[in-house]
Design a protein around this ligand. Structure first.
Ligand code: UD1
Ligand code: CA
Length: 453
């Protein structure tokens, strides 16, 4: 099987500099969704027919299994497929998809291909209560498809037909080439219609079978931001259903967005307004509070992420407590039982078992041992404006509040750092290290008074 994806349309109604097929749905370009479906069907070759912004699309989505074909000018869907035909092998069954119909399902397409077999033509059609704007499927008295008529070319009788053409079809490549060579553009839009192929195929004695999609939303196209938002919701609703079917508790399935892959263990609970990006894994019993963003994260069993936390490129062990208002950046690795509290930022750091940084800290490029307590306002000064340096804090250290650790620096096992210290040299194990001017009280000192009073 080989696939042709039509993606030459400009998408003017999106009112965007971004080509329509690159507009994101669930965090990925529309065309990426279609490519993923084509690939999971095991397509041997995928031709993408693009228009004048083709280079932008190509640079974003190019891959070795893709053939990019430019269609310029754009003279209709039949003309578009014709541009791809020289790249198709004669014996192949060809599946035509649309770059702006992103939710087409693999299961539906498998049924369509099964129906087409090795040498038939199969159309994906659907009955719509309001078929206005679509091509209509015309059948003879015995119910056999005879041709498709476009809305603009249809008689008022033909417009009463509710079965419409989704545009998605399967046809044998060699025959398709022949029929496409014979279609004209003598119609209301002056275009070469792919749909005119059906009448020619019937004339040649071809059997045309039709298949309905599992769900109508699979055949919906995106022409405007409103339609994009509608399909985003459809996608997210089905994602939420899948999660709940797998046992995940969603406090409100209308308020979750998954923009990538979300894998959940048992008894996971997700509160409202959470966004999951990239690949996120939540272990058994993980609780994610309201308004969290998790991106490329692996969260261990029993860990709780409290509201308003943003975890990116982060792995945690079991039974950690994170947030509220925590921010972890790529390279954050937390072991088991770690507590990260509010307004704590962590980057490129390892924190071992049962260590805590509960308030207002920046921990960057650090290796923190086990059972370390990091007081409020502790900052690793990891950057001298040119280079980054590491901070090492060994097991059982206690870092007092409002401390600056000027890297590279090491704090020994069991060391205590007094509050307010600016640590510029290593602190030995088991000792108190303080750098602080001695406290003084001034006897007889009086507050100034306002002049003239
Ligand atoms: C097409 C079908 C119609 C069907 C409808 C379903 C034809 C003639 N009509 O109509 O029967 O009900 O889709 O939505 O096929 N494209 C190109 N190059 C072109 C023209 C279009 O690549 O020269 C691409 C567009 O980017 C789009 C797709 O083909 O992704 C469909 O084109 P569009 O103009 O939207 O087709 P319709 O007129 O809606
Ligand atoms: Ca059109």
């Amino acid at each position: 099987m080989e696939v042709v994806i039509l993606a030459a349309g400009q998408g003017k109604r999106m009112r965007s500099v971004l080509p329509k097929v690159l507009q994101p749905l669930a965090g990925r370009p529309l065309l990426a969704h279609v490519l993923a479906s084509a690939r999971s069907l095991g397509a041997r070759r995928i031709c993408v027919v693009h228009g004048h912004e083709g280079e932008v699309v190509r640079s974003k989505l190019d891959a070795p299994d893709l053939v990019w074909v430019e269609q310029s000018p754009q003279l209709g869907t039949g003309h578009a497929v014709l541009q791809a035909v020289p790249h198709l092998s004669d014996q192949a069954q060809v599946l035509v998809l649309y770059g702006d119909v992103p939710l087409i399902g693999v299961h539906t397409l498998m049924r369509l291909m099964d129906a087409a077999g090795r040498d038939r033509m199969a159309l994906l059609t659907v009955e719509l209560s309001n078929p206005v704007g679509y091509g209509r499927i015309l059948r003879d008295g015995a119910g056999r498809v005879t041709r498709i008529v476009e809305e603009k070319d249809a008689t008022s009788d033909e417009r009463r037909v509710h079965e419409i053409n989704t545009g998605i079809l399967v046809a044998p490549a060699a025959r398709l080439r022949d029929w496409l060579g014979r279609i004209g553009n003598d119609n209301a839009q002056g275009e070469y219609y792919l749909t005119d192929v059906i009448g020619l195929a019937v004339g040649d004695g071809m059997v045309i079978v039709t298949v309905a999609p599992d769900d109508v939303s699979e055949t919906l196209g995106v022409n405007s931001k409103e339609q994009l938002a509608t399909l985003e919701r459809t996608f997210q609703a089905s994602m939420a259903r899948r999660l709940m079917d797998a046992g995940v508790t969603l406090i409100d399935p209308l308020r979750i967005n998954v923009r990538g892959e979300l894998l959940c263990g048992s008894d996971v609970e997700i509160d409202i307004n959470c966004i999951f990006e990239g690949r996120v894994e939540l272990g058994d019993g993980v609780v994610v509070g309201a308004n969290c963003v998790l991106r490329d994260a692996r969260i261990g069993n029993g860990t709780r992420v409290a509201p308003f936390s943003y975890l990116d490129g982060t792995a945690t062990g079991e039974e950690c407590v994170i947030g509220p208002f925590a921010r972890t950046r790529p390279g954050t690795v937390l072991a088991n039982g770690v507590h990260i509290g509010n307004f704590v930022e962590i980057k490129n750091s390892n924190i071992a078992d049962d260590s805590k940084a509960n308030h207002l800290s920046y921990i960057g490029d650090a290796d923190v041992g086990a059972r370390v307590n990091i007081g409020a306002g502790t900052i690793t000064c990891n950057y001298d404006g040119v280079n980054k340096y590491r901070t090492e804090i060994d097991d059982d250290a206690f870092i007092g509040s409002d401390t600056q650790l000027v890297a590279p620096v090491r704090i020994g096992r069991g060391a205590t750092i007094g509050a307010g210290t600016t640590l510029t040299r290593d602190a030995p194990p088991d000792q108190l290290t303080v750098s602080r001017t001695r406290q003084k009280s001034h006897m007889g000192w009086a507050r100034p008074v306002k002049k003239g009073e």
